[in-house]
Design a protein around this ligand. Structure first.
Ligand code: FES
Length: 622
């Protein structure tokens, strides 16, 4: 059977394949937050011609079904069909995302007093060339030279040996030999070549960031970012784990992210005239599932009780093992993980925040696709993952989207007229609503008296902004020519569940150590989402604790900052390992008391208004 796409492309659908599967096997990807399970409602396509069998219409509205919109993952062609893929359903992941260096990391490195002590060591050798009178092999000759420098125990990989004969002769037996701390020879280079390159990589569930670093001086040569192509198979770690257990899924996910890194790196190397063989050191930072997928380890046990990863501390393997297009024998260091749902990205974040060096009690929060938190100081550290889910990135929200152009990022509602004023990223026509917009909107709906403390719409308000949709009441944020953008009661419930999970996570962790929120002197908010977050509004809905605003610091993408520090400094690696081993990991899903805390937090801002005095006072006035 053929599926013709209105853009002109024609693909073949195998018997039994739904439209989503057929498109995917032909390299056409749709937004598929739930990984094709018929749950998220994101993979909408319009059937223009031909017979189809629709197994379920899921979250589609009646008006959409009447318009022949269907979910690609629950719709099966019964003969040749013609479809149209709406813009909002197209998954754009190959695009490079523009990012700026939020901070001069080199300055940062010096400020943390780490100094430059990269994992790759260097020794200079000047050897007598072989002759008929001195027929020792190349390797024996090098071993003698190394022995004179006290490096007898050096080991040599097969990849290193394949290049040896030519390299030493080209360099007339005068060369630098780079090697790892545990005495593995990595590369040979000219003594004149001073610059040495490595890459720091943050593998996020949503994005992949690569910094190309000259580690001889700590400068960032170039940087790039793209969406994690694994998103083709779902938005969150759970859908990826499920996909990995399906036939061939693990290898597909592994290659997807490795290709992302290679694709970001290749143009950067070309632009800066750096050979791939000159990149000889890598640090990878990612959550536990991302680290497992990168190395090709089955992540199944991460999501099954008792939630055990295959490993938390990763040996240093070589770039060729991972499939990275750099010097094959380059060592790849993976920032250690703590547990199934607290990974190297959080360890790197705590490392970059420096909270583990100070006596003040600090809270570290990374509200990304999952929502991890850490609390502690220089004496103790505790961490947990809140399972907030990716709703702040648009998943599970009717018109949710990531914080890209067209996303409503800020909402104000006039409490008298109930009319909204919107700010949209890129000043574009609104296409959906992102995490910060949702938090804003819910806070405004609450303070305008449109929703109550349970997030339910008030009845009998005199406004045509509230209508009854297929899922119950909804608030119309934007009336466009083509479509309305709404926030439904179900959307609000989803955001409230996520914010309640975060707040309950914080409460439980502090309770475990017998402390209350007022002892927290600093709150670090990491992750891209933090850049857009309005602290006041996040406090209003009870997502963040009601603490003075000056206690909050946004610290950007700390996963990449921590990876950068580990690339340049042995001391930082040792500290990362120390953090990982020192952190007490709490599995909230089995923690006694979590459910109670969670249920109490399922209100705006909380069932106990005394925990939110600022909000209580404002609410009384409103
Ligand atoms: S509903 Fe089709 S991918 Fe989620």
């Amino acid at each position: 059977m053929q599926i013709k796409i209105s853009s002109g492309k024609v693909i073949q659908a195998e018997p039994g394949q739904n439209i989503y599967q057929a498109l995917k096997s032909n390299g056409i990807y749709l937004v598929a937050s739930c990984g094709g399970k018929g749950v998220c409602g994101k993979c909408r396509v319009k059937v223009l011609e031909g017979p189809v069998r629709v197994e379920s219409t899921g979250k589609l509205m009646k008006a959409e079904v009447d318009e022949h919109i269907t979910l690609a993952c629950t719709t099966f062609p019964e003969n040749d069909i013609l479809i149209e893929i709406p813009e909002g359903s197209k998954l754009v992941i190959g695009d490079k995302i523009a990012i700026a260096k939020s901070k001069d990391l080199r300055e940062f490195l010096h400020s943390v007093d780490a100094g430059l002590q990269p994992a790759i060591r260097r020794v200079y050798l000047e050897l007598t060339p072989p002759s008929l009178d001195d027929p020792r092999s190349d390797l024996d000759r090098i071993k003698v030279g190394l022995s004179e420098k006290g490096l007898d125990a050096m080991r040599f990989s097969h990849d290193f040996m394949t290049r040896l004969a030519r390299s030493v002769r080209e360099l007339n037996w005068r060369f630098n030999l780079d090697y790892t701390e545990d005495l593995y020879a990595v590369a040979i280079s000219s003594p004149e070549q001073v610059d040495r390159y490595g890459i720091a990589v943050d593998i996020g569930t949503t994005t992949v960031v690569v910094y190309l670093v000259n580690y001889s001086d700590g400068s960032i040569v170039d940087l790039g970012m793209t969406y994690n192509s694994q998103m083709r198979h779902g938005d969150d770690v759970i859908t990826r784990i499920v996909y990995a257990t399906e036939g061939g899924g693990l290898e597909e996910l592994r290659t997807a992210v490795v290709n992302d890194i290679n694709d970001i790196l290749a143009p950067m190397l070309e632009k800066n005239s750096i050979s791939r063989d000159d990149v000889d050191s890598v640090v990878i930072s990612g959550n536990t599932t991302m680290a497992h997928l990168f190395w090709g380890f089955d992540p199944t046990s991460i999501r099954e009780e008792p939630y055990i990863p295959t490993l938390n501390a990763f040996p240093q393997w070589q770039a060729a093992t991972a499939g990275l297009n750099i010097l094959p024998q380059a060592p790849v260091y993976t920032v250690p993980c703590v547990g199934s749902y607290v990974g190297g990205d959080i360890v790197a974040g705590v490392l970059a925040s420096r909270m583990y060096l100070k006596p003040e009690i600090a809270l570290f929060m990374d509200i990304g696709t999952n929502g991890e938190i850490a609390v502690g100081n220089n004496e103790w550290l505790m961490t947990a993952a809140c399972s907030a889910g990716p709703c702040f990135e648009g998943s599970g929200i009717r018109h949710g989207m990531r914080a890209t152009e067209g996303a409503i990022e800020s909402v104000k509602i006039d409490p008298k007229t109930f009319e909204p004023t919107l700010e949209v990223i890129g000043n574009a026509a609104p296409a959906g609503i992102c995490g910060s917009g949702m938090i804003d909107a819910i806070s405004e709906l609450f303070f305008s008296g449109i929703i109550d403390q349970r997030g339910k719409f008030m009845r009998d308000l005199q406004t045509d902004r509230i209508v009854i949709g297929d899922e119950g009441p909804e608030y119309i944020l934007h009336r466009g020519e083509l479509k309305e953008i709404v926030l439904t009661e179900v959307d609000i419930e989803n955001v409230m569940r996520a914010k309640a999970a975060i707040y309950a996570g914080i409460s439980i962790m502090l309770k475990e150590v017998g402390l209350s929120l007022d002892v927290v002197e600093r709150i670090y908010i990491a992750g891209g989402f933090g850049n857009y977050l309005d602290i006041d509004k996040a406090i209003m809905i009870g997502m963040l604790p009601d603490l003075p605003k000056d206690k909050f610091s946004f610290i950007g993408n700390t996963s990449i900052a921590g990876a950068y520090l580990c690339l340049l400094s042995d001391k930082m690696r040792a500290e990362a390992e120390d953090i990982a081993s020192k952190m007490t990991y709490i599995e909230l899903s089995v923690s006694r008391g979590f459910m109670d805390e969670y249920m109490s937090a399922l209100f705006l801002p909380h069932t106990n208004m005394e925990l939110f005095p600022t909000v209580r006072d404002l609410y009384k006035k409103s």
